[in-house]
Design a protein around this ligand. Structure first.
Ligand code: ATP
Ligand code: MG
Length: 374
């Protein structure tokens, strides 16, 4: 349901009023002669989130945030700061997590996410997330976790450190995050797709066993499924540090781009270069609005008639131009920390009401009630 429109118009000659009632829709006839009306139906829900493990970067923008900004107009959005999930591999870094929670909210506000339209929540402020994760873990076979390719590669990256059970089972916690507010859609980067597939499977298992409770959510991948790191690795990632932050100042952006990985097979500016798999060109495609300039640079790169320096200088201008309005808004909200705090306090309180309703239903369906009738 990626093109869901919350406003619909129906031809009343073909649809009786009972149809609306049976779908739980409220509608009123403005007057008896009108055969065509428009009405609002309940918005579908989105749950998506980010771990508070650092500031947000360009990969988050094109892989996730850009979609969230657009979708907050059409959907009832729950934006989650997944602090439980961050603890899985950052248990001794509580101070950093604290700073990162504030940074994530600042980044969200700076790119235009609006807590008046959407719900910003912190996972641990809604402890029902932990309860549902525990219950769903009983329905999740170990083999399903073992086969999850994203978890597999993350486990390999962490193999030198002692892996916690909490980290190993984080996809289950993510499934609970999505199912708790009964989300219909989860906009994510490509690396998260195996987790959404698991979510659908676990929702099905729960519904088959206990009756229809959870929608099977769809995923929605962003404009750039996976933005490469400045070091040429497949993914720009906070944990790897190969990032350009949304909050980097223009000098930092300049330094990072000037030292970026390009085409390792190209030793001189006169050598024909590769555009495919070259992060400098992936960033040009993602952030440079001047298509003519990008195409010209690509052509000359392949022919060996442009140097890396010119390609990078043009990228610096494009990225700084893209980041300028985000920096301005961040500056504004950095001076209003009370508002930043309110966003997560109020949003989490609101999300908790939804969560408690779901958990009441889940406990009833699972039969977790032991009073004996006399
Ligand atoms: P960490 O390294 O701590 O896992 P991360 O950079 O992977 O951090 P997450 O908080 O795990 O960030 O991801 C938040 C969302 O942003 C997810 O939907 C993820 O798929 C998306 N995302 C993160 N990095 C990228 C990227 N480089 N390209 C596209 N999407 C991304
Ligand atoms: Mg991640």
């Amino acid at each position: 349901m990626t093109n869901f429109q919350p406003r619909w118009s129906f031809d009343l000659e073909n649809l009786g009023i009972n149809t609306f009632k049976s779908q739980g829709l409220n509608c009123t006839y403005p007057n008896e002669h009108i055969t065509q009306i428009e009405f609002n139906i309940m918005k579908q829900r989105i749950l998506t989130g980010i771990r508070p493990t650092g500031k947000l970067h360009l990969g988050h923008y094109v892989g996730a945030l850009e979609n969230w900004i657009r979708l907050q107009e059409e959907y009832d959005c729950f934006f989650l700061i997944a602090d439980y999930q961050a603890l899985g591999d950052h248990i001794d870094e509580m101070e950093n997590i604290k700073i990162a929670v504030r940074d994530v909210v600042l980044d969200w506000l700076s790119v235009g996410l609006d807590p008046e339209k959407s719900t910003f929540l912190v996972q641990s402020y809604v402890p029902e997330h932990a309860e549902l994760a525990l219950l769903l873990s009983m329905l999740t076979p170990l083999g399903m976790l073992d086969r999850n390719p994203t978890l597999k590669s993350e486990r390999e990256r962490l193999s030198n450190t002692s892996l916690s059970v909490g980290f190993y089972t984080y996809p289950v916690s993510q499934i609970a995050d999505i199912l708790l507010p009964k989300a219909h859609l989860v906009p994510v980067g490509e690396d998260q797709l195996p987790h959404i597939e698991m979510t659908r499977e676990i929702a099905r298992r729960f519904n088959n066993r206990y009756g229809e409770v959870f929608p099977e959510p769809d995923s929605l991948v962003g404009r750039v499924a996976r933005l490469m790191g400045t070091d040429g690795q497949a993914k720009m990632s906070k944990s790897i540090g190969n990032v350009i932050y949304l909050s980097d100042d223009s000098d930092t952006v300049k330094k990072k781009i000037m030292s970026m990985y390009t085409d390792p097979t190209r030793l001189r500016a006169t050598d024909p270069g590769h555009v495919e798999g070259n992060p400098v060109f992936q960033y040009h495609d993602a952030f440079n609005d001047d298509l003519e300039e990008v195409n010209d640079l690509k052509e000359r790169y392949v022919q060996g008639t442009v140097g890396d320096v010119e390609v990078k200088q043009k990228l610096i201008s494009a990225v700084n131009q893209f980041l300028d309005p985000i920096r301005d808004l961040r500056d504004k909200y950095e001076h209003d920390i009370d508002y930043v705090n309110d966003c997560i306090e109020n949003g989490s309180a609101k999300a908790r009401v939804t969560a408690q309703n779901t958990m009441k239903e889940v406990r009833e369906r699972m039969g977790l009630s032991y009073s004996v009738n006399t």
